[in-house]
Design a binder for this molecule. Structure first.
Ligand code: MF3
Ligand code: CO
Ligand code: CO
Length: 284
């Protein structure tokens, strides 16, 4: 018989971690966020998503960490890079599917002015997973693209504000959905946040929509991500034949932000805060 300090699983299958475990999550989360800070300097016109991923892979290795995505269900990259109408799981180095906001031609995976992109990195540090993503812009972007990014960022933060013991996962989803829909944008239903800790994906599914008071009750020691995807148009998505790239069915622009968080006795700690304070792209 082995006693794991405070480690147990709720009736909903959600692991409860101990106070000591928060430190491990902070180390992993901080590294993932730091790498996203660093990659900002490399985002620009003419840069390729393949080169951005190569930089991320190199930085993960230099830090003695492990990429959680390389080898995950056959995925072969250290990041997901999702451009414009790609909702999530965009493959670095892959030819970017043409969207309705692409005026001119783009060479393969090259960034062009006006692009918006999400970069999603998950690292493993001493067995702990840090999972975060944020938006970047290439040169000046259209006002509606800026607004989408702002609303998506603020939606994540509204979700995080609903994290405290006694609230439910439905409260988180409702906070996000009601905010987004009040801005006449839509919340993606086909992908969700997830529990994590010493594993990449664990219960619960963290939905970014929902009704107050529904779903599992939050308890101190739960670790999970919140990672809303918001579309300017309709919420439906479609996965391309590469079996990863998810796009909006109506080809409207999509944005996403992701934090890994832990429930504390009286609220929440964010594990993936930007060390440089650059989580939001226009807040330098
Ligand atoms: N980081 C993504 C998430 O937020 C998962 C990416 S899995 C991959 O859950 F295989 F596509 F990398
Ligand atoms: Co995630
Ligand atoms: Co992620």
């Amino acid at each position: 018989m082995r006693f794991d300090t405070g480690s147990r699983v709720t009736r909903d299958g959600i692991r409860i971690y101990s106070r000591d475990d928060f430190a491990g999550m902070h180390r992993a989360g901080r590294l993932a966020a730091q790498i996203l800070d660093e990659v900002a300097a490399h985002v620009g016109v003419g840069q390729t998503t393949g080169a951005l991923d190569a930089f991320i892979r190199k930085r993960v290795e230099e830090e003695g960490a492990v990429s959680a995505t390389i080898g995950y269900k056959g995925y072969q990259h250290a990041s997901c890079i999702s451009l414009n109408h790609v909702v999530c799981h965009g493959i670095p180095g892959a030819k970017v599917p043409k969207g309705k906001n692409d005026r001119g031609a783009r060479r393969h995976d090259e960034l062009i002015e006006g692009d918006i992109l999400n970069i999603d990195v998950t690292v493993v540090v001493d067995g702990w997973y840090g999972d975060t993503s944020r938006m970047y812009t290439v040169g000046p972007v259209k006002p509606f693209a800026d607004r989408l990014i702002q609303v998506t960022h603020d939606a994540l933060m509204k979700g995080i504000e609903a994290v405290r013991p006694g609230n439910t996962f439905g409260d988180i989803g409702h906070a996000i959905q009601s905010f987004v829909e009040a801005q006449r944008m839509s919340v993606v239903r086909d992908f969700c946040g997830h529990g994590l800790g010493r594993v990449f994906h664990a219960p619960p599914n963290v939905l970014h929509y929902g009704r107050p008071g529904t779903g599992a009750v939050l308890e101190e020691g739960m670790f999970f991500t919140i990672e809303p995807m918001v579309n300017l148009g309709r919420p439906e998505t479609r996965v391309l034949s590469d079996e990863w790239t998810a796009i909006t069915r109506d080809k409207s622009l999509s944005a996403q932000f992701e934090h890994s968080v832990g429930v504390t006795a009286d609220g929440v700690e964010i594990f993936t805060l930007s060390p440089a304070g650059r989580f939001h792209p226009t807040t330098a």
